[in-house]
Design a protein around this ligand. Structure first.
Ligand code: IMP
Ligand code: MG
Length: 180
């Protein structure tokens, strides 16, 4: 896979992410304190590191499940067409569900996923997104918990990729294209 040459400028440090994840987990634990066993649904692949850190800070019994929706392919622009590539293994009817997303950009991915999960009648369903690009929103979808609002920049790291690269960066950085 070829991409234009680029470098990555640090936007959010690993330390800042860890502090924010801890704070989010406290709020989520309080919110779902009466829950029997929370189903935490990670949207693959971008949320895999975030969900791993988040569930370890939750003071709740949790079940972890995953779903994969199609994303940008190798582009930096949303296709606005969302397909489910991998569905949950477990049932969510009557359950409390927390959907964990890496970034809410236009909001099409999340909106589509929430519509599908909503038809399965969860008891409660909330969203926690690590990053939010409010200036890019094209839908009315809302995440109850957001790690950081960020500007309209293409970001990588902490699970998030550009053409399957940079997921293993411990911080979040902005892609800056170099050269001509
Ligand atoms: P949306 O459907 O436009 O909200 O896009 C959401 C999905 O696109 C996210 O789950 C990410 O996987 C991907 N995405 C959005 N912005 C970025 C970015 O800056 N870097 C990498 N992936 C992104
Ligand atoms: Mg995604």
């Amino acid at each position: 896979m070829t991409t234009k040459p680029y470098t990555v400028d640090e936007l959010i440090s690993a330390k800042a992410i860890a502090a924010r994840v801890e704070a989010l987990a406290k709020e989520i634990s309080t919110h779902f304190a009466d829950t029997d066993k929370l189903v935490v649904v990670g949207l693959l692949r971008g949320s895999f590191i975030f969900i791993a850190d988040l569930v370890r800070e939750l003071d709740l019994p949790v079940e972890v499940d995953f779903m994969e929706a199609s994303s940008y392919g190798n582009s930096t622009e949303s296709s606005r067409e969302v397909r489910i590539l991998k569905d949950l293994r477990g049932e969510i009817a009557g359950r409390d569900v927390l959907v964990v997303e890496d970034i809410v950009d236009t909001g099409y991915t999340l909106k589509h996923v929430l519509e599908i999960l909503g038809t399965r009648h969860p008891r409660r369903m909330e969203v926690c997104a690590l990053l939010n690009k409010p200036s890019r929103r094209e839908t009315d979808v809302v995440a109850k918990w957001i790690g950081f609002d960020i500007p309209d920049k293409f970001v990588v790291g902490y699970g998030i990729d550009y053409a399957q690269r940079n997921r293993n960066l411990p911080h979040i950085g902005a892609v800056r294209f170099t050269g001509f």
